[in-house]
Ligand binder design. Structure first.
Ligand SMILES: Nc1ncnc2c1ncn2[C@@H]1O[C@H](COP(=O)(O)OP(=O)(O)OP(=O)(O)O)[C@@H](O)[C@H]1O
Ligand SMILES: O=c1ccn([C@@H]2O[C@H](COP(=O)(O)O)[C@@H](O)[C@H]2O)c(=O)[nH]1
Length: 240
């Protein structure tokens, strides 16, 4: 008989910002965010400690035209602020769903959200609250995938879960290579050597060095998050 207990006690969930758009051109689609939160609530209610990093692609790519020719670091700060907006929307939807969510920002905007303080984040997780890490790493030239790897390592997560628009890691981008094949698992070294664009190399390297495995799976597939948390066969595992 299979064990009904979750396979992981504490996870870091990286949610795609772009997926939040649903079928819209940019921004946050209400039905999509509600559905994502329902999936998260299911695993929180199983007793799993959940920390979240959300991307900013749904907002930032919508204004990216305005950043053409801009100083790179300034444009990156705009991107980090986009993740703050997504984090606020996500935490609000979580609180409405009956979860208790706290947003912690890597950039000081204290009138809006509390700053990231590691011991406080650990305390919230132990209390069963969902912690949403906003503003990425707080540094330009990085991504929210790297923020997920960084915060995942800091909080002692057992797994980083990348919930994205595709159902795993492929031999090439399945959007542009329909004949690409999906891996059920691969090593960090293989992912880096093949320059697989599903995550940036900095995120892969950090997880490799910290021996923090990553599961890539589709956020659009009903119940996929729960299956990953239960240790079932879902998506692609990237490991040391
Ligand atoms: N080898 C690959 N396997 C799978 N997907 C790939 C691969 N190479 C590139 N991709 C693309 O990477 C995308 C996911 O990465 P990306 O970082 O753009 O999105 P995200 O993290 O979901 O969004 P956001 O940055 O808004 O949070 C997929 O939609 C897919 O098209
Ligand atoms: O640590 C970070 C995280 C993000 N950025 C900037 O924000 C955007 C949006 O993040 P995505 O990971 O692409 O969703 C990103 O393109 C960067 O411009 C950052 O500078 N530092």
């Amino acid at each position: 008989m299979s064990d009904p207990r979750p396979a992981h006690k504490r996870i870091l969930l990286k949610l795609s910002g772009e997926a939040l758009m649903g079928d819209d051109a940019f921004g946050i689609n209400r039905a999509t965010i509600v559905r994502m939160v329902e999936e998260v609530a299911e695993v929180v209610n199983m007793g799993v400690e959940v920390a979240v990093v959300i991307g900013g692609g749904n907002i930032f790519r919508g204004v990216a035209g305005g950043s053409v020719g801009m100083d790179r670091a300034t444009a990156d700060y705009m991107g980090m602020l986009a993740t703050v907006m997504n984090s606020l929307a996500l935490a609000d939807a979580m609180n409405k769903q009956g979860l208790v969510a706290r947003v912690m920002s890597a950039i000081a905007i204290e009138q809006v959200v509390e700053p990231y303080v590691r011991p406080k984040a650990l305390q919230y997780l132990e209390e069963g609250k969902v912690v949403v890490f906003a503003a990425g790493t707080g540094n330009p030239f990085f991504t929210t995938d790297t923020a997920a790897a960084l915060r995942g390592a800091e909080i002692g997560a057992e797994l980083v879960l990348k919930a994205t628009k595709v159902d795993g890691v492929y031999s090439a981008d399945p959007k542009t290579h329909p004949d690409a094949t999906r891996y059920s698992s691969l090593t960090f070294d293989e992912a880096i050597a093949q320059n697989l664009g599903i995550m940036d190399a900095t995120a892969f390297a950090l997880c490799r060095d910290q021996k923090l495995p990553i599961k890539v799976f589709s956020i659009f597939k009903n119940g996929a998050l729960k299956r990953v948390v239960m240790g079932e066969d879902e998506g692609t595992l990237v490991h040391a």
